[in-house]
Design a protein around this ligand. Structure first.
Ligand SMILES: *Cc1c(COP(=O)(O)O)cnc(C)c1O
Length: 432
């Protein structure tokens, strides 16, 4: 399978090359040349398949030219070594808990799969250096996803003193192949340094530099897997109806992965693009025009995105057919106040603690889904990651999940650095 650029001006590449490149040179996102429809018995058999078995079935045709079948199986067994349970909250509303991985958010899935791909694709006598800038969340998912990945060095830049202490510990205390650099500057400074490194031809000749950006195909494709797994669990619970999925969205990678699953034949009635006050995509669904603008800060801050990068993949999936897009996706957005009301009411009615992102998904199902429809919302992160907004609403402390507890006692061990490209370049050259 080849992957072409959504801007159509760069040459199509193999999976391996698309993963190593990240973004296409023409600025587009890589997209599969064809979308395989899986055999019918794969769908009817979903309740009896394990998560890794589903992953291997879903991903095989995308990666088979570059990853042997047996390697794919051992890779997905390693990536999906945690549960993704479907939890029933109401008669017809279910939470797909995507937060049981090492950093308690769904980004663990994509980060772990991509890191394994890079290890497979890097010759044993070479090294790939992954460079990322983070304001918190991406850094922890990437650092933990790439920890111990063979032949891969990870360098994470973050603004000194501007990320939460627990988050800093999640990516700056690991050691081994993970180096954290505390830049004396802002997140934008960190991002500018990363851009400069990628544009530095000399540096890119000396070492294989890669980005773990969320638009990478190796982060995007494995997110389709848990939609199949969710339906398998729904069938197991005796529900045979094609469900509605509410997807809390920011860059829209998760939603685009769900739509890809539907194109592969997964029986989904429709999706809800659920977001906060950054309602660029719901507005597009209503008006047909797409207006990126500066993001607004909300308590569902992982979705504070004003120019969603994966929107082009949604357009590509539907060949820009607006009526078809509207049949499959409904838009929903809500305010911080509504998020808090949802967290409060689900806590008192269902004794279940939502995080601010998942709360938008739940709210969307309640407002949009018909009574006879089964609805699944993606619970994209553990509420324990957002104590400052959730605890005052429920009036209780949220216990820290075991996977986060282990970080509390850890020592931050990062390298302080001025906002100076030459210092960064010297460090990167040393690592290669
Ligand atoms: C990244 C993130 C999202 C948004 O996912 P996209 O794929 O960017 O739409 C939602 N919730 C949480 C907790 C996230 O970290």
């Amino acid at each position: 399978m080849k992957f072409y650029s959504t801007n159509k001006s760069s040459a199509p590449l193999s999976f391996k090359k698309a993963v190593l490149k990240g973004q296409a040179p023409d600025g587009g996102l890589y997209f599969p040349e064809s979308i395989p429809v899986l055999p019918k018995d794969f769908y009817t058999g979903l309740p009896d398949l394990t998560l890794p078995q589903i992953a291997a079935g879903v991903l095989a045709s995308f990666v088979e030219d570059d990853i042997a079948g047996t390697t794919l199986i051992s890779t997905v067994e390693d990536v999906f070594d945690f549960n993704i349970p479907l939890v029933k909250l109401d008669t017809d509303i279910y939470s797909l808990e995507l937060f049981h991985g090492p950093t308690c958010a769904f980004k663990d899935v994509g980060a772990r799969f991509m890191s394994r791909c890079l290890s497979i694709f890097t010759p044993s006598d070479k090294k790939t250096t992954v460079l990322v800038a983070t304001s918190g969340d991406t850094g922890s998912a990437v650092a933990n996803g790439f920890l111990d990945a063979a032949n891969v060095e990870v360098v994470i830049l973050y603004p000194a003193g501007k990320v939460s202490p627990l988050q800093e510990k999640q990516f700056a205390s690991l050691g081994k192949n993970i180096t954290a650099i505390a830049i004396n500057g802002t997140f934008d400074d960190c991002q500018a340094l990363v851009k400069k490194a990628f544009a530095d031809q000399q540096l890119n000749k000396d070492l294989v530099l890669s980005s773990a950006n969320s638009i990478n195909v190796a982060r995007w494709l494995p997110q389709s897997v848990y939609y199949f797994h969710a339906i398998g669990q729904l069938m197991k619970k005796g529900n045979k109806k094609a469900p509605v999925f509410a997807v809390p969205s920011g860059n829209y990678g998760n939603l685009a992965a769900g739509l890809l699953a539907k194109k592969m034949g997964l029986p989904v009635k429709y999706f809800i693009a659920a977001t906060n006050m950054n309602n660029i995509v719901p507005e597009y669904l209503e008006t047909g025009s797409f207006h990126p603008r500066p993001s607004i800060a909300t308590i569902a801050n992982a979705m504070d995105v004003g120019n969603p990068s994966n929107f082009v993949r949604i357009i590509e999936l539907y060949g820009n057919d607006f009526p078809a897009i509207n049949r499959d996706i409904k838009g929903f957005h809500c305010s911080d106040e509504e998020i808090k009301e949802t967290i409060a009411s689900v806590f008192s009615n269902n004794d279940y603690v939502l995080d601010p992102h998942g709360a938008i998904g739940y709210n969307a199902l309640q407002k949009i889904k018909e009574v006879d429809e089964a609805g699944i919302f993606l619970e994209t992160a553990s509420p324990a990651k957002f104590p400052e907004s959730v605890e005052p609403v429920i009036g209780e402390k949220i216990p820290l999940p075991v996977s986060l507890q282990q970080f509390v006692e850890r020592e931050v061990n990062s390298i302080p650095m001025k906002n100076d490209y030459n210092e960064l370049k010297a460090l990167l050259s040393d690592k290669s």
